[in-house]
Design a protein around this ligand. Structure first.
Ligand code: FES
Ligand code: FES
Length: 168
């Protein structure tokens, strides 16, 4: 499978299969397609946001085999035969939120919400390894995610609140 380019050369598409939020997705993609473009444009999972496209802001963070990655900085073909979780796949079912998502609402951890999907992925990645983090660990986990609205304190408060509730 190939697509024409402006100078009439053709780009071969590569077959890939990626398990996204528990569902196996098989597609043919151009090798230059970023993972975030694949998720948003090919699968319609627009919860993953695009900010800087340079690996700086963290808005595009998703889990790749349970580790957080910047999906703007890798190609979809690099995720072949791997598992991806996006913000849409964090909660167990539609209409339900995770404890951290609930806590984001409770503690006003978002304003415009642009950074929120990436922040949520970073926080869930932390809690998966460290169920009851210290405030310093939370700050460290989100230190590569930029938020222009909240000043970060509410995000830290939300994670602390969610993980303290879990302790009880
Ligand atoms: S959009 Fe990927 S890190 Fe900013
Ligand atoms: S809530 Fe607006 S950038 Fe974080």
């Amino acid at each position: 499978m190939s697509t024409p380019t402006s100078n009439n050369t053709r780009i071969d598409k590569k077959p890939i299969q990626i398990q996204v939020n528990g569902v196996m997705q098989q597609r043919h993609v151009e090798p230059r397609t970023s993972l975030v473009d694949f998720l948003r444009d090919e699968l319609g999972l627009t919860g993953t946001h695009v900010g800087c496209e340079h690996g700086v802001c963290g808005a595009c963070t998703v889990m790749l085999n349970d580790e957080p990655v910047r999906s703007c900085c890798m190609f979809a073909v690099q995720a072949d035969d791997m598992r991806v979780t996006t913000v849409e796949g964090l909660a167990p079912e539609r209409g339900v939120m995770t404890k951290i998502q609930d806590a984001f609402c409770e503690k006003h951890a978002l304003q415009c919400g642009y950074c929120t999907p990436g922040m949520l992925m970073a926080c869930h990645a932390l809690v998966a390894h460290t169920p009851h983090p210290t405030e310093d660990q939370v700050r460290d986990a989100i230190s590569s995610n930029i938020c222009r609205c909240t000043g970060y304190q509410q995000i830290v408060d939300a994670v602390m609140y969610a993980t303290q509730v879990e302790k009880k």
